[in-house]
Design a binder for this molecule. Structure first.
Ligand code: PDD
Length: 282
């Protein structure tokens, strides 16, 4: 496979990181994952805009997010792919190890295409269990940071417990009540009291592009929405429906730990949103 690394398209085996890259030493960088289906990107501009926000969020300067769109299409062409997840990464670049960020580093840009199957209109909705884990991440989850240790450990624990996704729970500073924030790499939705609920896009979660797309679809379908308040573990367990979503998945969550959600099958709102979302992707 061919990747884009450090200003050139090269064979993956020829692409290497400087051992002093701040991405390696400090996880000092940000990323995006964009879905391409049949040669077309989904929500490209939203990914470009979020990359720009993430870079600004860590004060990373000198890289424009705009060319990532063109670079992605060229990467797919060079790999003769039309269906892929394209990973974008920008690190602050190499510098002798120092906690203090220097202004003179040259950022390292990397793009990798991971082949996927074209979206299948007839494929059934994915179903899995959720596993609740303490959200020990930082307070700037709106930045799509490379610092993924908490998410990686949480997902590993979830998979070991037989679950499909780790679901983070945290009490915000100064409060006692814990809330569900999001998944390790997804946003979490529930349906309760006839409303579609998800954590507000207030910085404690990543503002997912799929999250926003589904909220827009739900509005369009006339479904009542609640995104001004987070929900609790108890509300999740007692929900009528639950699902997680990201650029790479929409999975109905039918149980959490030992608790079965509703009747243990994907609910009607999840199914409707899944269909509407798929139609949008085609
Ligand atoms: N993850 N929340 C977190 C913490 C995420 O890492 C992601 C995406 C999402 C969903 O965002 P979007 O709908 O824009 O993909 C929510 C990507 C897919 C990843 O890390 O692989």
């Amino acid at each position: 496979p061919i990747v884009y690394h450090d200003f050139e398209f090269v064979l993956e085996s020829k692409a290497h990181f400087d051992v002093q890259d701040r991405g390696v030493l400090f996880a000092d960088g940000v990323y995006e994952v964009v879905r391409f289906d049949r040669g077309k990107a989904f929500a490209m501009q939203a990914h470009v805009d979020r990359l720009a926000r993430s870079m600004a969020g860590i004060g990373l300067e000198g890289v424009s997010a705009t060319p990532f769109a063109e670079l992605s299409y060229e990467l797919l062409e060079r790999n003769q792919l039309s269906d892929a997840k394209v990973y974008w990464q920008v690190t602050r670049g190499p510098a002798a190890r120092d906690f203090v960020v220097s202004e003179s580093t040259e950022p390292t840009v990397t793009l990798i295409a991971y082949p996927t199957q074209p979206i299948d209109l007839d494929a059934p909705l994915a179903v899995g269990a959720g596993h609740i884990v303490e959200d020990c991440r930082w307070t700037r989850c709106w930045i799509k940071s490379l610092m993924l240790m908490p998410a990686s450990l949480a997902k590993t624990e979830a998979v070991k417990a037989g679950a499909a996704e780790a679901i983070f729970e945290r009490a915000k500073p100064g409060t006692d009540e814990k809330h569900i924030t999001e998944g390790a790499s997804t946003n979490v939705f529930i349906v309760r009291e006839g409303q579609l609920c998800t954590h507000p896009d207030d910085g404690w979660v990543l503002g997912g592009i799929t999250r926003q797309t589904l909220l827009d679809l739900a509005k369009h379908l006339g479904l009542p929405i609640r995104e001004d308040a987070a929900f609790t573990r108890e509300q999740l367990l007692a929900a009528n429906e639950a699902f997680v979503c990201s650029t790479t998945q929409l999975t109905a969550i039918t149980s959490v730990g030992d608790a079965v959600i509703a009747d243990g099958t994907p609910g009607p709102t999840t199914q409707r949103l899944h269909e509407a979302y798929r139609a949008l992707l085609l």
